[in-house]
Design a protein around this ligand. Structure first.
Ligand SMILES: NC(=O)c1ccc[n+]([C@@H]2O[C@H](COP(=O)([O-])OP(=O)(O)OC[C@H]3O[C@@H](n4cnc5c(N)ncnc54)[C@H](O)[C@@H]3O)[C@@H](O)[C@H]2O)c1
Ligand SMILES: [Zn+2]
Length: 365
């Protein structure tokens, strides 16, 4: 069943249409959209889904085009943005046209960025196709590309005209990509919603089996939380930072392994377990909270014990991990701001020294 979530902003509010077929996206095109539509996708999603959409739109008298970019994070750079702009120029795309980002977070981030600067901003829509992009990347208007110095270093805040969540896409994700997004689902439950957390605990097997009803509930609930947080803090001045729960250590692991080891969500899974442990150490929550979070993550097949060992056995160089955290957080002093759980569904911001982070990583058992 299709449901509407409003992302309420000072300017440029928009709707998320959850549980809607992507082939019907034309119903949500903004008033005044011209006939020409550019679908930006990647080389994997293109053949699976984009050409079918082009056909459907053309049946509705649109003139639509598909532009495929390469697959994966390596493609998220300014060269790809240039290639999208050149395609826009070649096709005479103007402000009456609509660009649709059809794909995972990589396609969404690059396309949003390209749209935000082409002709000083042309309308775009997000049709995210991964769990991660449906609950996180596709909502909220953070766009961007990587440089050789870091992820998402160049970007803009630029809101889409609408977001459409079609749960059918999620059936074709491979196991790792699927699990990658589940970390963010657990994140939303821990930071904001006790009932959602209970639901996850109860439905582990159905989640792993991608039960349709269960997925509908999960994605819708998370999209609603993200929409609310973005509405309250569009430009990430304060509240939106709660979404970084689990990401301090998560980002550090990804970077330490040079993005060849754990995927983002897998690393955030480890990061959330560590943040819960920190919560106990800093007397913000009790052991039960840690157990619950760890159990859910382990039941969803996150490799927590293995990583605990890597830290306590010093298989990972902890000084390097700390340096990465300092660089990532752009801090000059030795204190890092983090959000830790006080109970399931609530987090609190704290400040912790990098020495203490190192000490607790060594002790983490
Ligand atoms: N803008 C934001 O607020 C925000 C938030 C979180 C993450 N991100 C960004 O999102 C990116 C990660 O996104 P992602 O995890 O979706 O990765 P991704 O876009 O690289 O997609 C992962 C892989 O899955 C494939 N794929 C996508 N949908 C599929 C489907 N339905 N069936 C089969 N295969 C499919 C893709 O072709 C790709 O190979 C990162 O670049 C990250 O920085 C942005
Ligand atoms: Zn994340």
């Amino acid at each position: 069943m299709s449901k509407k979530i409003n992302v309420k902003l000072k300017q440029n509010s928009y709707n998320i249409y959850a549980g809607t077929s992507y082939l019907e996206c034309y119903k949500y095109f903004p008033i005044g959209t011209g006939k020409r539509i550019l679908i930006v996708t990647d080389k994997k999603i293109g053949p699976m889904y984009a050409y079918k959409l082009r056909e459907e739109l053309n049946k509705k008298n649109y003139i639509s085009y598909v532009f495929e970019i390469a697959i994966g994070e390596e493609t998220k750079n300014l060269n790809t943005v240039t290639s999208i702009h050149e395609e826009c120029a070649r096709l005479n795309i103007d402000r009456k046209c609509l660009i649709i980002a059809l794909g995972g977070g990589v396609v969404g981030d690059i396309t949003g960025f390209a749209a935000s600067i082409y002709l000083r901003g042309i309308p775009f829509a997000q049709i995210p196709t991964t769990v991660l992009a449906q609950v996180d990347a596709g909502i909220g208007g953070k766009t961007g590309v990587d440089t050789i110095y870091g992820k998402n270093q160049i970007g803009t805040f630029y809101q889409p005209k609408f977001v459409l969540l079609d749960y059918e896409f999620l059936n074709s994700l491979d196991e790792r990509e699927y699990k990658n997004g589940l970390a963010e689902v657990v994140k939303y439950a821990v930071i904001d919603n006790k009932c959602l957390f209970k639901f996850i605990e109860k439905n582990i097997n159905k989640i792993l089996d991608r039960n349709k009803k269960v997925l509908e509930y999960l994605i819708y609930s998370c999209a609603k939380i993200k929409a609310r947080v973005v509405s309250l803090d569009e430009f990430e001045k304060n509240l939106r930072r709660v979404l970084n729960f689990g990401h301090t250590l998560g980002h550090a692991i990804e970077s330490y392994e040079e993005y060849k080891g754990l995927k983002h969500g897998e690393a955030v899974g480890i990061g959330m377990a560590f943040d819960a442990y920190l919560g106990v150490k800093l007397k913000k929550c009790n052991e039960k909270v840690v157990r619950k979070i760890e159990d859910v993550l382990k039941n969803l097949n996150f490799d927590i014990e293995n990583y605990k060992r890597k830290f306590s056995n010093k298989e990972f160089n902890l000084d390097k991990i700390i340096d990465i955290i300092k660089y990532d957080k752009k801090i000059e002093s030795d204190n890092v701001k983090m959000y830790l759980p006080t109970k399931i569904g609530k987090v609190k911001d704290i400040s912790i020294s990098t020495n203490d982070i190192k000490k607790y990583l060594e002790e983490w058992k």
